[in-house]
Ligand binder design. Structure first.
Ligand code: MN
Length: 186
């Protein structure tokens, strides 16, 4: 194929693409939702996982590094896969979250905001004083710096998303109290 052949649709599958002929094994969209064990002590704060930000190129294979999230930040256990970690002001932390049906975060805020991109399933997000909004795979949410909010899985669906949040003052999140009945739980 010529380098700049306008007649070729770059989005069209190439029959000779080895990735198409021999696609790598992929894990299920969600890990099995059996009982989730308590988080390891070293993971008391998922944003503290320095090992998630190595000093040179590294490939983290699909499904690697998925671990229970710390307790005390949500209505039930969920799983987290750290993608980027830092405690340096202005740098990014990133993670993939796997929330079982009905599991939602406590109220919280992010000092420099949060980008949330839904990978799979159906969930909800709500800012303090705003309406609860249903979000689905492909939806992208921005929470402003310091904006008090929560997010989590709909009662009938697991919910998976990638979130990116910069660090300020040694943290990328400030946890608050659990939701209560007045918060219109899912
Ligand atoms: Mn958040």
């Amino acid at each position: 194929m010529k380098a700049h052949d306008a007649s070729v649709n770059p989005l069209q599958a190439n029959a000779h693409d080895p990735y198409v002929d021999h696609p790598p094994a992929r894990p299920a969209a969600h890990p099995p939702y059996g009982p989730i064990q308590p988080a390891a002590p070293s993971m008391s704060n998922p944003f503290d996982m320095q090992s998630a930000c190595p000093s040179q190129m590294r490939v983290q294979r699909a499904g690697e590094g998925i671990a229970p999230a710390p307790s005390g930040v949500s209505s039930g256990p969920f799983l987290v896969q750290m993608l980027l970690s830092s405690r340096t002001d202005g740098e990014m932390t990133a993670m993939r979250i796997f929330a079982p049906p009905g599991v939602v975060t406590h109220w919280h805020s992010h000092p420099r905001g949060q980008l949330l991109f839904v990978i799979d399933g159906v969930g909800y997000a709500q800012r303090d004083g705003g309406q609860r909004v249903e979000i689905r795979a492909g939806d992208c949410v921005w929470f402003a710096p310091g904006e008090r909010h929560w997010h989590g899985a709909a009662p009938s669906s697991p919910f998976s998303y990638i979130s990116i949040q910069p660090v300020l003052g040694d943290s990328a999140v400030d946890w608050m109290e659990p939701l209560n009945s007045g918060d219109r739980l899912p």
